[in-house]
Design a binder for this molecule. Structure first.
Ligand code: NI
Length: 265
């Protein structure tokens, strides 16, 4: 069985002391590939060094909506240059809108749009963070599609209800579920995980955050725990774990053009 953890932050300090052991654990758990997210371009060199040490890591580059203090006039250009400079870059992200307590909505929208354009020009998918902003996000994407044509992408760490899920499915997006789906109270997220078609679903940890059940006591999440997300989602959807692994791994491979051996079904 091969799994892909489509969203990790292994560059964070939480992994500095034992990254090799963490890698051993994900290999043992069947995680064959990982997509490393990026919250601001200043992280790029550390992420690149990590991706060089572990060949199964692909990378993204982008500016997160909660890091708008780092947005400058040349940031989009910088992201474009970094993405084009490194063959391991498979996506622009994470980018998006976070309107929870936000006082900078116009700036977030501007930065998001600029990075969407980078993705379009480079023909890369986007990794989208969307919190309390589904309506505005859908509107921006719809308008962008009308002018430039669609961009492929994933709604990462998805916490939306089925209605919002359908909106992003209709826009062509993949939907990625993190440990949040395993939380007892996450009934709407679980309903969303049941309705996503099998060719659009992805799984992730978003580590070091959000350890899934039954690892809630471990404050630090890690890629090996994507196994528990997979197991939970398989149960929810009434498919076997190996079947869900094949579906989600194929989907990740297709969206991010990952250099994985073809899957024998
Ligand atoms: Ni993230």
């Amino acid at each position: 069985m091969r799994l892909v953890d489509t969203h990790v932050h292994l560059n964070f300090d939480a992994f500095d002391a034992d990254r090799d052991e963490v890698a051993q654990a994900w290999r043992k758990a069947g995680v064959a590939h990982l997509v490393h997210s990026c919250v601001y371009p200043g992280e790029f060199e550390k992420i690149r060094a990590i991706a060089q040490r572990y060949p199964e890591i692909s990378m993204a580059v982008g500016l997160h909506p909660l890091d708008m203090d780092k947005w400058e006039s040349d940031t989009a250009e910088q992201i474009s240059r970094l993405a084009a400079s490194e063959p391991k870059v498979v996506a622009i992200g994470e980018i998006g809108l976070d309107f929870f307590k936000a006082k900078n909505k116009p700036m977030q929208k501007q930065a998001f749009l600029a990075q969407l354009e980078v993705a379009k020009v480079l023909n890369l998918p986007v990794i989208i963070h969307c919190r309390e902003a589904a309506e505005e996000m859908a509107q921006i994407l719809t308008e962008f599609w009308q002018v430039h044509g669609p961009v492929a992408g994933v709604m990462h760490c998805w916490t939306g209800n089925p209605k919002d899920t359908q909106i992003f499915l209709d826009l062509g997006f993949f939907i990625s579920f993190s440990g949040i789906v395993t939380f007892k109270s996450a009934l709407e997220v679980q309903a969303s995980a049941q309705m996503v078609p099998s060719d659009r679903i992805l799984i992730e940890t978003d580590c070091p955050f959000l350890s899934p059940v039954p690892k809630r006591k471990e404050k630090r999440n890690q890629p090996a725990f994507v196994y528990h997300v997979a197991e939970y989602v398989a149960n929810l959807r009434g498919v076997s774990l190996p079947e869900l692994a094949i579906q989600t791994t194929q989907n990740a491979q297709r969206l991010f053009q990952l250099p994985l051996e073809p899957i024998e079904v």
